[in-house]
Design a protein around this ligand. Structure first.
Ligand SMILES: NC(=O)C1=CN([C@@H]2O[C@H](COP(=O)(O)OP(=O)(O)OC[C@H]3O[C@@H](n4cnc5c(N)ncnc54)[C@H](OP(=O)(O)O)[C@@H]3O)[C@@H](O)[C@H]2O)C=CC1
Ligand SMILES: CC(=O)N[C@@H](CCC(=O)OP(=O)(O)O)C(=O)O
Length: 316
């Protein structure tokens, strides 16, 4: 069988490297590249893209937009990992677990926007509950998200791994304080929320892994919901997924700790429901570089090529 031709633009960056790692041993994939000195040359990128079946863009937003302007009309499928196209109507949104319509769009559309890392956790917790009619679309969500420093790409990795290190980098650091985080538009768009959540991202001194926590007051729901109802709705929603699993409540002691790096180096996501019938928490644990970026991008590529979605992924 002729291998599929795949071109990773930005393959020396954090997300690009991880996609490269996941594909380099696959016999069904041939990786294409520009000459090293041409890795930022748009014309050279366009020439390689002409040969490709799939192009991954693993770049800052501005560079993604510039390259899309040059390659958008070519026959190759494009999977963009930046924020640039996630709410664009003519791009598929790369979260196939959201339903058959999402999966079909990923399989058939030419351009696929890979979700943001924090956004993936928020959407995984909220969308099933809104779709089930349990939580209203104007619910006043307050959401925390813990992330390892690789979420900030090469620049932040350099900051955390340089010696001597700034004293403040040893402790968790909250950001997004103005409530304008770049992932909020896609969360609102995909979940159909009329109001943006309060969002509190926190970056800490570990390499990778995320824990996103969504709090729900039962009394503020369409009608009061129990913790069992929330657990069941999430289990039903993700029952066919091999990548996202909902941890049975019995296995989740509700008394211990949740670890944000539990699924580092995997492409899976685990959902936990904790709390009680009055105050319910839904948590998504995954790797910002796995289901939060490169793993999700490869999952989308597999679907676009008609392969089983978890081909070559590390399921934890
Ligand atoms: N890190 C993460 O956890 C996640 C990242 N993302 C998104 O993925 C994209 C890539 O992020 P990440 O890998 O972290 O970023 P990095 O900074 O680690 O890597 C970006 C790479 O793109 C290269 N680059 C920049 N401009 C151009 C250009 N004009 N042409 C070609 N290459 C270029 C950079 O080159 P150079 O090496 O010279 O700087 C760098 O190697 C971003 O949009 C990011 O927001 C999405 C989800 C999670
Ligand atoms: C720790 C850190 O800074 N993380 C980044 C998210 C990385 C990411 O997902 O960026 P994209 O939107 O391009 O996908 C942030 O919160 O802005």
């Amino acid at each position: 069988m002729t291998p599929y031709k795949v071109f990773i633009v930005g393959h020396e960056g954090t997300t690009g490297l991880r996609i490269h790692e996941r594909l380099s041993d696959r016999k069904d994939i041939e990786l294409l590249a520009t000459a090293d000195e041409d890795r930022k040359n748009v014309e050279a990128i366009k020439e390689v893209a002409k040969e490709a079946d799939i192009v991954f863009l693993c770049l800052p937003d501005v560079a993604s937009k510039e390259i899309m302007a040059a390659i958008g009309e070519l026959p190759c499928k494009v999977i963009d990992t930046s924020t640039a196209f996630r709410t664009a109507d003519d791009w598929a949104y790369g979260f196939p677990e959201l339903g058959a319509d999402y999966k079909t769009a990923i399989a058939t559309e030419k351009h696929i926007a890979n979700p943001g890392c924090h956004a993936s956790g928020m959407i995984a917790c909220i969308a099933p509950l809104v779709k089930a009619g349990l939580v209203p679309t104007d619910y006043p969500f307050t959401i925390t998200s813990l992330t390892g420093y690789s979420g900030g790409g090469k620049k932040m990795i350099g900051q955390y791994e340089s010696e001597p290190k700034d004293y403040f980098l040893y402790a968790p650091r909250q950001y997004g304080l103005s409530q304008q985080h770049k992932h909020l538009p896609e969360v609102q768009h995909v979940c159909g929320l009329s109001e943006a959540p309060i969002f509190m991202p926190i970056v800490d001194d570990y390499y990778s892994g995320m824990e996103v926590t969504v709090g729900i007051h039962s009394r503020l729901c369409n009608k009061p919901v129990s913790i069992d109802t929330v657990q069941q709705a999430l289990e039903d929603f993700y029952k066919d997924s091999t990548i996202i699993t909902v941890v049975p409540f019995a296995e989740n002691s509700n008394t211990g700790m949740l670890n944000a790096n539990q699924l580092s180096n995997t492409d899976s996501m685990k959902i936990y429901v904790t709390g009680n019938d009055e105050r319910i928490m839904v948590h998504a644990i995954f790797d910002n570089l796995g289901k939060g970026a490169s793993g999700a991008a490869v999952q989308c590529m597999n679907i676009a090529l008609g392969l089983p979605e978890d081909t070559g992924l590390a399921l934890g």
